[in-house]
Write a protein that binds this ligand. Structure first.
Ligand code: NAD
Length: 217
């Protein structure tokens, strides 16, 4: 189905499986690399090879977003990149706050600001007086006490937690009070679910242990 025939319902789809959304993001990055190399069309098995998954999985995901290619040429890469953008991004972009401006918080801000995506970090928070009112990659660091006020006034929808694990619950409570919609928790302490908040835990150790399991003799 050509992109322009896909209904608005599909483009604002909210109920895609988590793993599909994760792969859509990966497809977009790989497809953008292919565009840069001058490629215009791609087959499902080629995408599968790039991401080390099966062509069946790729076709299933692409069917879920209501897109299809042609037998002869495969998928139109530019159309797919645009479609994934319409599903994942919002027109005006989304605002993000980073809480905890230590090693990881600073690295994250620098990394994401360089990407210039639709995800914009607009505020950082910490409790260390040496960091308050400083600017990191163009992002101002406020005292944690100002979190509710700034999140509301800036209409920030996502919070990234890069504090020590001991305070993660306290941070999540404040983000909840401020009306945040999504949290990405980088601390090793998992958060309990909070109604109305999409929660993603990122645990580096789990990823590393997975690799260790598959390479052990
Ligand atoms: P860090 O000690 O360098 O930074 C933590 C920052 O949080 C500090 O600036 C501190 O002042 C601030 N902070 C403390 N309490 C706070 C509060 N109540 N409100 C706001 N800010 C507060 O630590 P780091 O190395 O950046 O790691 C941050 C978190 O990410 C830890 O939970 C760590 O386990 C996890 N993590 C770190 C890495 C890494 O590579 N550094 C990797 C994976 C996970």
């Amino acid at each position: 189905m050509p992109v322009n025939k896909i209904t608005n319902d599909l483009l604002t789809m909210k109920n895609l499986p988590d793993k599909t959304v994760e792969r859509l993001s990966q497809y977009r990055r790989s497809l953008n690399n292919q565009l840069v190399k001058g490629k215009t069309h791609i087959f499902s098995h080629e995408i599968a090879n790039l991401l080390h998954i099966t062509p069946v999985q790729v076709r299933r995901d692409i069917m879920l977003i209501g897109y299809s290619g042609t037998l002869r040429k495969g998928y139109d890469i530019k159309e797919m990149v645009d479609l994934i953008g319409k599903i994942i991004d919002t027109e005006e972009g989304q605002k993000i706050a980073v809480i905890g401006m230590g090693n990881l918080g600073k690295a994250f801000i620098h990394y994401l600001q360089e990407k210039r995506s639709k995800l914009n970090i607009v505020a950082a928070f910490d409790i260390n007086p040496e960091k308050i009112n400083k600017t990191y990659a163009g992002v101002k660091c406020y005292h944690f006490d100002q979190l509710v006020e700034i999140v509301r006034s800036e209409n920030i929808s996502i919070g990234i937690i890069t504090t020590p694990p001991e305070v993660v619950s306290q941070i999540a409570d404040k983000l909840n009070e401020a009306g945040i919609k999504g949290i990405l928790n980088f601390t090793p302490k998992p958060l309990s679910a909070r109604e109305g908040i999409y929660l993603e835990e990122y645990d580096m150790i789990t990823s590393l242990e997975k690799v260790a399991y598959f390479v052990k003799s």
